[in-house]
Design a protein around this ligand. Structure first.
Ligand SMILES: [Zn+2]
Length: 343
């Protein structure tokens, strides 16, 4: 009888301890201010232990008595402050291994309403003057154009965007509108740029046509007026917004007329320089610079260009677009021109 009682008590204690685990809803990252945020379900703030190893730049956070939900995933960020985050789900606790970049300070604190554990990051004395927003087109359920041999626009442009980020972080604050293969709406992208006080917006895409004959690089800036050709490219890129449930009326609208003109001039200047050096270095056709009403450029408060790196539908262009060696070269060309623009 006594043995039975002990057995029952043990079961009870187990049940209670498991049912009382606090659910961690997810982990997310903000660009400005740079933060890692752990969202907690309910109102109880779980205890946390924190440990930092200077040599490996590994920051370990453990939250005993918690259970991580399915949105809680390891991620490679390659960001300005965090390289990657590994999440380990233990039986009664959650471990978060964060690999930081060099010269990063951090501070951890709880915020309420809703309850979340926030880690704020800052650089050690290396404040940069300008912020460049890199917008890798498409992502997640939106593949963009499907090209020759089924190469996807979203993958190629994401890869080039990452190379570009690596090129720029030494001289600029860099904000990515997406840092994973996730769907981000067209309206959200310039909003991210404005929120982070971006000084320039670079949207990266690859072109496509039915015939497979179209080839070369071209740059676009935002214009309310456009040529029939530029209008076609813009409506193709804009169509992905509508296709994936975006209502074009909720796109952030209309900057002042003066800012519009100024940004346009600056964007054209960048686009023209970039087109000529890119075409030369990559040995690709220069298709020039065009103005069109791009949803993703509209609403950004500063100069911005949308770059069509090449034609994903063209066998020769894809041969370069798919190779990391050329992707790196593309990123270098774009980065060089951004640097020339600012300095
Ligand atoms: Zn695109």
């Amino acid at each position: 009888m006594k043995r039975h009682l002990v057995f029952l008590l043990t079961i009870l204690v187990y049940t209670l301890s498991f049912s009382q685990l606090i659910n961690l809803k997810g982990i997310r990252f903000n660009g400005n201010p740079p933060q890692m945020v752990i969202d907690v379900e309910g109102v109880i703030k779980p205890r946390f232990n924190i440990d930092y190893d200077e040599a490996s730049r590994l920051l370990f956070i453990e939250l005993p008595g918690t259970e991580a939900g399915s949105n809680f995933k390891s991620q490679v960020l390659n960001g300005n402050y965090i390289e990657k985050v590994d999440v380990v789900k233990y039986a009664n606790s959650t471990g978060i291994f964060t690999f930081l970049n060099k010269n990063v300070n951090f501070q951890t604190s709880y915020r309420t309403d809703p309850v979340r554990l926030v880690m704020d990051f800052s650089g050690k004395g290396d404040e940069k003057e300008y912020t460049v927003v890199i917008d890798a087109g498409h992502g997640g359920k939106d593949p963009g154009a499907v090209g020759f041999n089924k190469y996807l626009e979203k993958d190629i442009v994401f890869s080039v965007a990452n190379y570009l980020r690596n090129e720029l972080v030494r001289d600029f604050n860099v904000v990515m509108t997406r840092s994973t293969d996730d769907f981000v709406s067209l309206a959200q992208r310039p909003r991210t740029g404005n929120k982070s006080k971006g000084d320039m917006f670079i949207s990266i895409h690859a072109n496509a046509d039915q015939s497979g004959n179209g080839t070369g690089f071209e740059a676009f800036y935002f214009s309310k007026k456009s040529s029939p050709y530029a209008e076609r490219v813009a409506s193709f890129e804009n169509s992905f917004g509508a296709k994936y449930g975006e209502d074009s009326s909720d796109i952030a609208q209309i900057m002042g007329e003066l800012a519009y003109k100024k940004n346009q001039e600056e964007s054209i200047k960048l686009g023209e320089n970039l087109s000529s050096t890119y075409a030369r270095k990559l040995d690709m056709k220069n298709r020039g610079v065009h103005g069109a009403n791009f949803a993703v450029l509209r609403g950004f408060d500063g100069p911005g260009v949308l770059l069509e790196l090449g034609f994903i539908s063209n066998e020769n262009d894809v041969w370069k677009l798919k190779q990391s060696k050329y992707q790196q070269l593309m990123a270098e060309e774009i980065a060089d021109n951004i640097r020339k623009y600012f300095y």
